[in-house]
Design a protein. Structure first.
Lengths: 459, 459
């Protein structure tokens, strides 16, 4: 009786056609992060439960989704799988920062686990790609965070995307001015629904007149008057969305409010720095209504959408935080960072047709010609690899046509064929598996040049 | 009250100084596997318990060490963390092979989990790097497995190592000839102790006269006579260990035994293929006493030790198996593969002093000179990166000497310094952080050339 080879509910296998572009993208991310001086770290997939569920470590929703881990002889309730890379990073920093020193820039790429209700495109294990700079309040680190997102997505082949920027201090300063400084949380939650429910509904909610499903328990207490709510929305929505050209007007409007001014100065510094680094201005926009994550972040905030594919949501989000390690130590460590959602980005790119679906990683298949000693194709493949050209040898000397079929199916560009005559003369035939054209009687040097030229032109 | 930032027992953080060479090695492995046409796949860290504990999937010891996984609303005992990458691969193949087709060559790199008793250098989470070819019985796939081990270790910077080869059929043929064909398991377990207890003790054990701690329950039944045991050891130990030059003698001794001859022919084919591929013969040796894994493998077997560091044990092992997927389907799929033990290899290389301990991934730190606009160093770093030179900007305009101290500690090779005068003239100073020598007044082009030349020569 065989065991059913299915995966557990909400989990998945990643077959080669998806794993190949995925690996390519991860390699590109690692290379981008590294080129800025971010260094890799690894933390275990299993953490102590207390680290993950400590006050404030995760939202109630995330904590309900936690996977507990036990082994024989171990006590129940003590261990769990990480649900993000941020809490483990905070623990790591608290434990190791004295040896490492600041500023400390790290990246981490790995699986995280959440027992969400299984649904299409949502998995209980997914990959996060995080990078953070801790131990500095410099706008350079803020700008660099956006620059890394920009570089990573550009190198990954995303054709056009928008990084939306906001700074928590602008809204906080404005709310203080309106005399409702203590109400930032309520205002943020109302603003977060803007795209979904529209301005009038947000104004109603801020007046304590919210209706419908998403009404909060304190929804019938007014945060501000209708007039105040309209003025707020005028600034953050009507005048607070656009390119760098909207900053002078905002500086005039809000420049007399110290906290709002500090937020605007940070945004201007970031635009100046990104301009000096050659980041295209058309990829950046200010959005003072951007509220997601503002209750956690304390300065700049980022969200990134792919142009034309906004319905996939943000594929890279982040921001500045005052204190990463407060759960674990009294030391104060400010920082800034972001996370790229690899699985969401890949799903988007697959749907957009931007992923090249190939089942091979090498351009060449070397055929195993019946009757020719196996050392011949085996040696040719080794020499191609030594010349930097990936090559796969067909393992069995079956009919050559069937070997060609295998190569075509897998997506090899060329097949190298050495029959008995070629073997006698030390020559090679090269078949283009898409056009079926064949160049006969090449020397090994000619073979390498032809293939190198074709691959250089074709990629 | 802060939460203790320690990791759970038996687990560990990997800080940058170790994670940097580790990432470099993994990138090298991926590149090697890919250049042979092995394609990546991923399977979840969590598998259904039944898949992992199904009859024969893991040894009793491994099953005792399994980590069970549960989430709220989930039933206990249904899910667990994978303890190797082989069982998930078998499940993957059983599920997907009809779409993918054979031959199928895959690699997989990932964490596996075993609740072993914590001990120095032994961790409950470690990384395996597996590659396998399924759907062929060709000696080409056998030879390629050794070639991949050879290439991966060479490119990873291991100076000298030995891949020991055996083929199960040699021993099986010999035992059949001695009239004790059914006793292969007992013989293997006795042979496995050879290095530890010596020949006389192995002979005693085969006679059913074993003594001491490791006595088996059936240890007092004789497997063979003393004379047979001596003849066996003469062949497998005295005449069965060495380079390819021992094959003719073995072929004379055992050539009349069909199964033994098939094993020897396979070893000769593998040597011929590896010779044609330029694999150094001095890295290969035959060892007919190599018994580990022989109870699982059915043809060729590999074990790899680093010369002079044999006490670390095998850093890459593998072999040929008759049927990967028998647990999950009736289809028969033979294959061959190996696993590289990344953590053991890194521990060895660290102890041998072969790992360059650096806390940075970039050669250049760009100083943030007090009083010079931050866009200047930020822009310089972007231009260096565009020229392919990794660069990190110090985020805060603190005293330059302190910035240099940071760069030296992290292991940056150079610092680029732009003071107010250089900024006015569009020039750059370059300081070598090890020699403290400084080249002043370089243009950006000169800066790039000097750095590129120095890095090219230095690496």
């Amino acid at each position: 009786m065989s065991i059913d080879p299915r995966v557990a509910s909400g989990l998945r296998d990643i077959p080669p056609a998806l794993a190949i572009p995925r690996e390519r993208m991860l390699a590109s991310f690692r290379s981008t992060f590294s080129s800025f001086g971010f260094v890799p770290i690894e933390t275990p997939h299993i953490e102590r439960m207390e680290v993950l569920t400590g006050k404030g470590a995760g939202s109630d929703e995330v904590l309900r989704q936690i996977f507990e881990v036990t082994n024989k002889g171990g006590e129940a309730g003590k261990l769990a799988l990480r649900f993000d890379l941020t809490v483990p990073f905070a623990r790591f920093v608290a434990k190791h920062i004295n040896e490492i020193g600041v500023p400390f820039k790290r990246f981490a790429i790995g699986s995280v686990f959440r027992g969400e209700r299984p649904a299409k495109g949502r998995f209980r294990e997914f990959t996060q790609c995080d990078f953070d700079t801790v131990g500095t309040e410099s706008s350079i680190a803020d700008a660099e965070t956006a620059q890394v997102i920009y570089t990573a997505l550009t190198k990954a082949g995303v054709p056009a995307f928008t990084i939306a920027l906001n700074n928590r201090n602008v809204l906080d300063g404005l709310l203080e001015h309106l005399g409702v400084a203590g109400q930032t949380g309520r205002v943020l939650r109302a603003l977060d629904k803007l795209a979904k429910v529209g301005q009038d509904a947000v104004v109603a909610e801020l007046q304590g007149k919210a209706k419908g499903d998403e009404v909060e328990t304190d929804a019938n207490t007014a945060v501000m008057s209708e007039d105040q709510a309209r003025r707020l929305l005028d600034v953050v929505v009507e005048q607070g969305r656009g390119g760098v050209e909207i900053l002078p007007n905002l500086e005039t409007l809000l420049g007399h409010l110290p906290q709002a001014k500090a937020g605007l100065t940070n945004l201007r510094d970031v635009f100046n720095l990104l301009g000096a680094a050659g980041v295209s201005e058309s990829s950046l926009k200010i959005d003072l209504a951007l509220a997601r994550g503002l209750d956690y972040y304390t300065g700049i905030v980022f969200e990134t959408t792919v142009n034309g594919w906004e319905r996939f949501g943000s594929i890279s989000s982040g921001g500045r935080y005052d204190n990463l390690v407060s759960l674990f130590t009294d030391r104060r460590l400010p920082g800034v960072g972001a996370s790229i959602g690899l699985d969401r980005l890949l799903a988007l790119m697959e749907e957009a047709g931007w992923l090249e679906a190939k089942a091979t990683t090498v351009p060449i298949m070397v055929a195993n010609f019946p009757g020719v000693d196996a050392t011949v194709p085996f040696g040719v493949a080794a020499r191609l690899r030594a010349a930097g050209i990936g090559a796969e040898v067909y393992p069995d000397p079956i009919q050559v046509g069937k070997q060609m079929g295998y190569g075509s199916t897998r997506g090899h560009r060329f097949a190298v064929i050495v029959g008995p005559d070629e073997n006698t003369n030390g020559l090679f035939n090269l078949r283009d598996l898409s056009t079926r054209q064949e160049q006969k009687g090449l020397s090994l040097g000619q073979l390498e040049s032809v293939v190198t030229a074709a691959l250089g032109a074709g990629q």
